[in-house]
Design a protein around this ligand. Structure first.
Ligand SMILES: NC(=O)c1ccc[n+]([C@@H]2O[C@H](COP(=O)([O-])OP(=O)(O)OC[C@H]3O[C@@H](n4cnc5c(N)ncnc54)[C@H](O)[C@@H]3O)[C@@H](O)[C@H]2O)c1
Length: 323
């Protein structure tokens, strides 16, 4: 650590890598000092933006640059190798979701991080979405009573997904459930409780997609039958994208991308109130939390285990849906 600035190596400078890169600019205590991408042009262009060193291979980057942490933003099947290389060197790891393309790979990452005593955080950015943070606070304060029902819909058109790795089972590990419902499952675990049982129905709406599901519903239940519905699609027209939580004393709704206001209402209130926005945007919040945890300022709240559970639950959904 140089004067309490966390030196971070970014691995993968594609879509989300560039979002992370921009977010680090807003986190004072961290700096991207190196960037690795198998597409060297992308690595170079991103590195130029922030004055970092560019590499084509992760190993070269880890050998040549002194780092405190890495941030893995590659497609899922490449997460394990990069994570193990970093963990071996005692570096903390922030890894994009899904933690891996298969539960065994995710398990290996969690085990390696535990053995080495480094931090492994899964990048579940929605936990840091300001209205979700506010909703979590209301739940913790008991304002909604017992939370009994949950619904999360992340669905809309994903144009060109048939041309991307997202629909390649070998790389992604599955379809839309692996892509977006890992977020939903994590939100259920965060806002309601641990998943004890899963049911699922999946289908392919766009035949060009090939092997994987592009549309799905999963039912989640805790041991004591608090329940959730997760709805996901890449192939439907845009509609509501929401997280809804229903308790015995109140309800809360977080809206995404659809112009509706996130809001809540309890039995004691006459009218809906906006969910107060707590914290910066979800990517900055996520990275700030990782940095704080690495600098020993906060306990890590989203772990590798959380990432592993989400992948395990998606695989359980595939098993019961007989995919
Ligand atoms: N949290 C979110 O909201 C969110 C959004 C989008 C993507 N993601 C996740 O982020 C990850 C990346 O997704 P993306 O949309 O940025 O994909 P992308 O294809 O746009 O970018 C991935 C980049 O990784 C590089 N790469 C591939 N293999 C590599 C390797 N072995 N070493 C170094 N670089 C390698 C590619 O060249 C590419 O530039 C995935 O796990 C995805 O699920 C999360």
């Amino acid at each position: 650590m140089s004067n309490q600035t966390l030196r971070v190596g970014l691995i993968g400078a594609g879509g989300i890598g560039r979002t992370h890169l921009a977010s680090y600019e807003r986190v004072r205590e961290a700096q991207i000092v190196a960037i690795a991408d198998i597409n060297e042009d992308l690595a170079r262009a991103a590195a130029q933006q922030v004055g970092a060193q560019a590499f084509q291979h992760v190993e070269q980057m880890l050998e040549q640059v002194e780092l405190d942490a890495v941030d893995i933003c590659t497609p899922p099947s490449a997460h394990l190798e990069a994570a193990l290389l970093a963990i071996e060197r005692g570096l903390n790891v922030l890894c994009e979701k899904p933690l891996a393309h298969h539960p065994d790979a995710a398990r290996e990452m969690v085990r390696a991080a535990e053995e080495k005593g480094v931090k492994l955080m899964t990048a579940f950015c929605h936990r840091f979405h300001p209205p979700v943070v506010a909703l979590k606070r209301l739940i913790e304060a008991g304002e909604l009573g017992e939370v009994v029902m949950f619904r999360n819909r992340f669905a809309g058109p994903f144009k060109g997904v048939e041309e991307r790795w997202f629909s390649d089972k070998e790389i992604a590990g599955g379809g839309v459930l692996m892509d977006t419902s890992v977020h939903s499952i994590d939100l259920f675990r965060f806002l309601v409780g641990e998943v004890a049982r899963v049911q699922a129905v999946v289908r392919q709406t766009n035949p060009a997609i090939g092997e994987v599901e592009d549309t799905a519903i999963a039912l989640l239940a805790t041991e004591d039958n608090r329940m959730g519905v997760v709805e996901a699609s890449w192939s439907l027209a845009a509609g509501f994208n929401v997280v809804e939580v229903y308790g015995t004393e109140g309800v809360g709704m977080v809206h995404y991308w659809d112009g509706f206001k996130s809001r809540y209402k309890t039995l004691k209130m006459d009218d809906w109130q906006p969910l107060e926005e707590v914290g910066p945007d979800r990517f900055v919040g996520e990275i700030q939390h990782f940095v704080d945890a690495c600098l020993g300022r906060a306990p890590l709240q989203v772990t590798g285990y959380d990432g592993l559970r989400a992948v395990e639950i998606v695989y359980e959904a595939y098993r019961v849906a007989q995919v």
